[in-house]
Design a protein around this ligand. Structure first.
Ligand code: PLP
Length: 533
């Protein structure tokens, strides 16, 4: 063996050279800052043509600069989403406290499967989970949970607990032909479909309850569906409520669902289905849950204080949930992956233990030291706990309150200004969040009247489809005439989730997610709409 070459490899890649590393890191920072002075997404055109045809691995051992060169074009060609003009979706810039946490994690690279592999990083996960649980469930007795790969996986955990509740031992025996159902709203995230499919109950057995115009699940229709499913021989394993829908920030009435589920179970003498809450987006409103409006130490406007009071009522519902999904990589402005599944009572994690034989062991073993007893993943990164704790304590409760309130405030300003235009209609006036969904019709149309007719069911499908194509055309027109330097990037949804008389409602969409977005950007949105003919 060529010992000299071997030593060179070890020296270049396994000895820490702080100067070489920080030099390269500085280059990345400089490149990123240069890009931030340019319009968003103007980095580099993609080259899928030969991405697969030209795989190449160098033959000769190189150095850290070769590592840099191997990935630099792809780094440059990726938008860091730092521009305040990005309003398309629930995606924002990552905060720098999160970066500090994430980098610390990468330096140690712990594996959270057991504490022998991760030592105090495992403890940090428990700390982070408990902080988040205290925030969302509001100082509950014995909460627990786990960081996961994302909201989809967190929803999977919630649904799985429900299946094991109503069909104990499924983890070992499989469903054995049992009829198991899950329930969501029509405005819920599509990940719930994936979850039903992957867990084997089948997406066809996931039932979607229509929402009201606030994009909130209709409790009367939920009650009907529960009885109907029971009469058809189904066991209802879970209801996944949505706290902040992805398009319009609709919030389900968690307390109302809790009541409906308890009464249903009592009436029919069946196990209470798992009440899981998908708060992937909406959890951040919990920072405002105990803001003291009387002393109003952060000087919020009266209008904002009214909004905060409505938010506080909704947040109270979270305390009645059995489990919650929350994505720090969305409204935590954190790095991926930063998602958590929180359970209100630690003992409920026993439903996730892999075998029936494990279950007695589970209660004795300390699952806090050995999360691999119940997690889907074996190796797990600690990026979540590190980036979350750094962000929570770096930014601080009041910092979070300011960030959350500002997002809602900007959304409210846009809603108010759009609603004044006769040819526009804001479709989510009743939700309190960073999202705005609205119609822009050609000048001369009465958008509010058209919307009223759609809601009342008095409009013919043909006429409606004419209007919806006008709304889409207006959007395309703005996209074509947009100035990339000053016009915000908006998106278009084909359905906001609320569908009166089964008519899907498409909309223009903006999400106020970037803390640097300000009123001048809203002014430009309004101007660009007024400029359309
Ligand atoms: C984004 C989202 C999810 C999925 O979360 P991922 O982290 O992308 O897997 C689930 N539910 C809602 C409401 C979401 O917005």
């Amino acid at each position: 063996m060529n010992k000299e070459l071997y030593n060179q490899v070890v020296n270049s890649f396994f000895h820490c050279d702080p100067e070489a590393i920080t030099r390269i890191f500085n280059e990345f920072l400089t490149a990123m800052q240069a890009q931030e002075t340019m319009p968003p997404s103007s980095g580099m055109e993609q080259n899928y043509e030969t991405a697969q045809a030209n795989p190449e691995i160098h033959a000769i051992p190189g150095n850290l600069k070769d590592a840099r060169d191997a990935i630099f074009p792809y780094f440059w060609g990726t938008d860091g989403w730092s521009s305040p003009l990005h309003l398309e979706n629930v995606k924002g810039p990552a905060n720098y406290a999160s970066l500090v946490g994430a980098l610390a994690c990468l330096l140690k690279n712990p594996n959270l499967c057991t504490d022998t592999y991760s030592q105090r990083s495992n403890e940090l996960e428990i700390k982070a989970i408990t902080s988040l649980a205290n925030l969302l469930f509001y100082h509950t007795d014995d909460p627990s949970g786990v960081f996961t790969m994302g909201g989809t996986t967190s929803n999977l955990y919630g649904a799985k607990i429900g299946i094991e509740r109503v069909a104990p031992g499924t983890m070992r025996t499989g469903l054995q032909g049992k009829k198991i159902a899950g329930i969501v709203s029509t405005a819920s995230h599509y990940s719930n479909q994936s979850v039903a499919g992957w867990l084997g109950i089948g997406a066809d057995n996931l039932f979607a309850i229509p929402t009201d115009e606030a994009m909130s699940m209709r409790i009367d229709l939920l009650e009907e569906q529960l009885e109907k499913l029971h009469a058809e021989g189904y066991s209802v394993a879970f209801v996944t409520a949505t706290f902040g829908t992805t398009d319009a920030f609709g919030v389900d009435d968690v307390s109302g669902i809790r009541r409906a589920l308890d009464e249903f179970a009592q009436r029919n003498d069946v196990t209470v289905p798992q009440l899981h809450v998908d708060a992937a987006v909406g959890w951040v409103m919990s920072f405002l849950a105990d803001y003291d409006s009387n002393s109003n130490s952060l000087d919020f406007s009266n209008q904002m204080l009214e909004t905060i009071q409505r938010i506080q009522v909704r947040c109270r519902g979270l305390r009645e949930a059995d489990s919650i999904s929350m994505d720090f990589h969305k409204m935590g402005w954190g790095h991926y992956p930063g998602s958590a599944l929180l359970v209100n009572r630690r003992k409920d994690l026993k439903y996730l233990a892999r075998t029936v034989e494990d279950t007695p062991y589970f209660s004795e073993a300390d699952e806090r030291r050995d999360p691999a007893l119940f997690t889907l993943e074996c190796s797990r990164p600690a990026l979540g706990p590190f980036s979350v704790m750094a962000s929570l304590n770096g930014i601080g409760l009041n910092g979070w309150r300011l960030l959350a309130a500002r997002s809602v405030d900007l959304a409210n300003q846009l809603k108010e200004r759009l609603e004044k235009l006769p040819y526009c209609k804001v479709l989510n006036l009743q939700t309190d969040g960073p999202h705005v969904v609205w119609w822009v019709l050609p000048k001369g149309r009465d958008a509010k009247q058209i919307y009223r007719e759609v809601q009342a069911g008095t409009m013919k499908a043909e006429e409606y489809s004419h209007y919806t194509s006008e709304i889409q055309r207006q959007f395309d027109k703005r996209s074509k005439s947009m100035s990339p330097k000053s016009d915000a990037r908006l998106s278009f949804t084909t359905s906001i989730g609320y569908a009166p008389k089964d008519m899907k409602i498409p909309a223009w969409k903006a999400v106020f997610f970037n803390p640097k977005t300000d009123e001048t950007i809203i002014d430009r949105i309004i101007e660009s709409i007024e400029d359309l003919v």
